[in-house]
Design a protein around this ligand. Sequence first.
Ligand code: FES
Length: 676
Amino acid sequence: MTETLVKILFMPSGRRGSFPRGTPVLDAARSLGVDIDSVCGGRGLCGRCRIECMSGNFPKHGLISDTHHLSPFSATEARFEDKKGALPERHRLSCHANLIDDVVIDVPPESQVHRQIIRKETEHRDIRLNTATRLHYVEVETATLEDPRGEAQLLLDALRRDWDLDGLAIEPNVLPGLQQSLIKGQQAVTVAVYNSRDIIGIWPGLFETAWGVAIDVGSTSVAAHLCDLGTGEVLGTASIMNPQIRFGEDLMSRVSYIMMHPEGAAEMTQVIRRALNELFVELSEGAQGSVDNILEITLVANPIMHHILLGIDPVNLGGAPFALTTTEALELRARDLDLAIHRGGRVYVLPCIAGHVGADSAGVILAERPEQDLAMTLVIDVGTNAEIVLGNSERMLVCSTPTGPAFEGAQISCGQRATVGAIERVRINRDTLEPRFKVIGSDLWSDEPGFEDTLGTVGVTGICGSGIIEAVAEMFLAGIISAEGVINGALTDQTPHIFPSGRTYSFKLHTAATDGGHSDIVVTQNDVRQIQLAKAALYAGIKLLQDHMGNTKIDRIRLAGAFGSHISLSHAMVLGLIPDCPLENVSSAGNAAGMGARIALLDRDSRNHIETIVRWAERIETAVETRFQEYFVDAMAFPHHSDPFTHLFTAVAPPVIRNAAEKSDSPRRRRGRARQ
Ligand code: FES
């Protein structure tokens, strides 16, 4: 007698086949390679395998589908609904719905193992969910007098039988919990398997809460995203100031501290690890769970933060040849780093690229994927060092350049961090030279009614990185400073905002109230110089990469990090921080390093990918390049001594040319002072 075959079509994959009546939908899916999730192994417990049975005529596929073409709702499904709530209409557990007649089955995104996680950024592919840590439920045989196998072997045999998982090893420190889990779960347990290789967690019965944390350790702040490893959903985000700041504001001062205090490295390691543990508690409590639910961590950091966190002395990174202890990606046990997550938890650290180009840049590359197409993409992550990537699918170059802290508002006379009270936006009227500005904490411009009231007692306290960039760019566009960066003292007759200050001139943005306890906010000649030095270092690094690439055309510019998110991209180009490029092709990449850590957390294949890309990328060492000096000097001018900014000045009105500003500070004279 021949078996009756029924047809099944899975959407959205379009895979189809014929199976004997009575075949569970989940089995049909697996034999067709359709991606359906499961934690409980088809026992009707987890609900991950739910599908929707379509109703209607599908002439294109030659099928008529109906919910009655699947077996009646089973007792197991009814029990599942009692425990976890009703399934939506037409939805079934595919492990307990059997084929009766032809059907069209929709596999919703949440039931797909390798579902796409939508990234909000419009320019990017979504993340493919394919985590390194997976949960598997198994029922384990009971040990008997006749069977000499231990409980661990019985567990491994059950995993081989039910999940085709072979050659697994049980993490020694989770082994002691096996017996209790088996007793509590009446021989049923859920295990977490890392990289199809190690059992890193065991829980009694069905357990479905597996979390991971993607962390970006910056020198100023530390950001962490808590993600559900089952769904890819971000459950919470938290950030803190890097507590190492008390050892030094910037990276080099922390390295100096370690040089002068031999115990300093261990102290800094301890404070950053403690801070991460506090973040884990905050995130877990926010998601109504425990740090024991965190099974995996991915980490990105600049080389010095990377070394300190791993307990490696970073002193070698303080000077040439800036030797990293390792550039390789690392897989570690969380407990070996004193990170208080699940006792079997694992840590994946993205690879570093070079002495000043760290795992954070690897994260940026992973998020931005310049190697995906032929468009020549420039990605810049600005901190006290700017890490620069230039490349496309054919070649990729990376370097770092010492921009210093001016872009963060440091070494600026009225500079401050981007907090309430800081000027973050500036506009200067080209005719009257009257400035107006916006302050963090107020939605109003300074010349709008009620502005002062919105500031309360905080007042205007200083100017942050984005504010100083706009201020200097606006001063240049208004003709207050020359292309050489000199504040034009001849304009004192035209505006009270320009005033002498020693042998140079300053520009006053804001006059403080006499009783407010605040100072005037001014931009001094030295502030302009600091911005010139920082932007020239950045531009020179970019020029070097362009040189090595042999291609001066840049199709797309992406500015990563907090700096890139907050500055006005057109003002950055006016100053010549970045090369000329159509403005519509210049955009912020947000926290790309953190996004890279998140991608590495959710898609284990991305780890191999970034390790390969990092080996392939060519490092350019700016410190040994003789042309750096020349490029640096030429880049001191606004926007540049000789490079044309054609695209920029078709979109932005060119600067006002006023009476000749001081000529004595020409680029050639400054060449000798460059990079001091
Ligand atoms: Fe878990 Fe179907 S596989 S409910």
